[in-house]
Design a protein around this ligand. Structure first.
Ligand SMILES: [Zn+2]
Ligand SMILES: [Zn+2]
Length: 347
């Protein structure tokens, strides 16, 4: 029997030789593609560490401006001056995901409210939907200021812009605002229509992401769906009713960063003073003053930054934990309770 001919082993340096032969603009073009599709920060940053030339071209304005959201999916425990500087470089290159991410981190984690707001506004002005929605949540809560700084009409306007861009969280929030007459004239039927639309879009997104990722819907053991586990933030709350646990495609990486920051990282000490994180595990927004967030009016144990977060957490987890035995008399900032929201059958 003949042995297959042994292929000569390629030297690692061949790769560099190949790249060395390419002109700078072509390498920049390739790196732009890589930065826009990288699935993690390390996937992109490791390229920068390969050699001096890739480091120089990898930090080219065009490459940084194209970096996708996954490139900014940092762990809070890895936060450093280097990461901060990298984000600033991406902001300077005009990257909207970087503006939004650094804006959120500065506003909530570093408590540099003015700078955080201006970065988020920069992204929002260029129609970055998560930034528009985050500014809406800040307006609804008067975050970073006092109760008097709440601007419900501005919050609704920002939500409307983000929902027109197809951002599901904003659509859901707008639906609740119309449904409850919060910051806008009450319109029950329109509110319900938007909530159904938000649910339908979420479902469509989940189904699309599942079919494109090939693994079929994983039907979990019904008994296991009764016990929520830490880390299940990415499970689709809609499908949890039908014991299907499917990843939600729209959880913002910066939300997970903030939760980690305040639960395990440097923010754990700072949060203190009775301030709490939003009860929806995929959110991560902290209160910026005491009693800023709305509280579940049945048990009074959990707090939410928005109606959308409350509705999602109810479906995902809280309906299994909420008990009316310990009713808290003291109201929220705005005296709004959660029971109407979670029991109307639409959300
Ligand atoms: Zn929230
Ligand atoms: Zn409750």
């Amino acid at each position: 029997m003949r042995r297959p001919l042994k292929q000569p082993q390629k030297r690692i340096t061949d790769k560099h030789d190949f790249l060395d032969g390419l002109p700078d603009d072509l390498v920049v073009f390739i790196l732009s593609k890589v930065s826009s599709t990288a699935s993690s920060p390390s996937e992109f940053i490791n390229i920068l560490l390969t050699c001096k030339r890739l480091n120089r071209l990898g930090l080219h304005r065009m490459v940084l401006s194209k970096a996708g959201p996954k490139v900014f999916d940092f762990k809070a425990k890895n936060w450093s001056e280097h990461v901060h500087r990298f984000l600033k470089q991406c902001v300077n290159a005009g990257n909207l995901n970087a503006c939004y991410t650094l804006g959120m981190i500065r506003f909530y984690c570093l408590k540099n409210r003015a700078s955080g707001l201006s970065l988020m506004a920069k992204a929002a002005m260029k129609s970055h939907a998560p930034a528009l929605y985050s500014l809406a949540v800040i307006q609804f809560n008067g975050s970073g200021g006092t109760k008097q700084d709440k601007d419900l009409r501005a919050g609704v306007a920002l939500c409307a812009r983000a929902s027109l861009l197809g951002y599901i969280d904003a659509l859901r929030e707008l639906g609740h605002c119309l449904h409850d007459g919060y910051g806008v004239k009450k319109n029950l039927s329109e509110g319900r229509r938007l909530l159904v639309q938000a649910n339908a879009r979420e479902l469509a997104l989940v189904i699309r992401s599942v079919t494109s990722a090939s693994p079929s819907l994983s039907q979990s053991d019904p008994s296991s769906s009764l016990t929520w586990r830490a880390g299940d933030y990415s499970v689709c709350p809609l499908l949890s009713d039908y014991v299907y646990n499917v990843a939600v495609p729209e959880v913002q990486p910066v939300g997970l960063f903030m939760r980690e920051w305040f639960e395990m990282g440097p923010g754990r000490v700072e949060l203190g003073n009775g301030l709490r994180l939003c009860g929806h595990i995929g959110c991560g927004r902290p209160e910026t003053r005491a009693h800023e967030f709305r509280r579940c009016s049945v048990c009074g144990k959990v707090n939410y930054c928005s109606r959308g977060c409350q509705a999602l957490d109810w479906k995902l987890r809280h309906k299994m934990e909420c008990s009316p035995e310990e009713v808290v008399v003291q109201g929220n900032d705005d005296g709004y309770g959660g029971v109407e929201l979670v029991n109307d059958g639409v959300i």
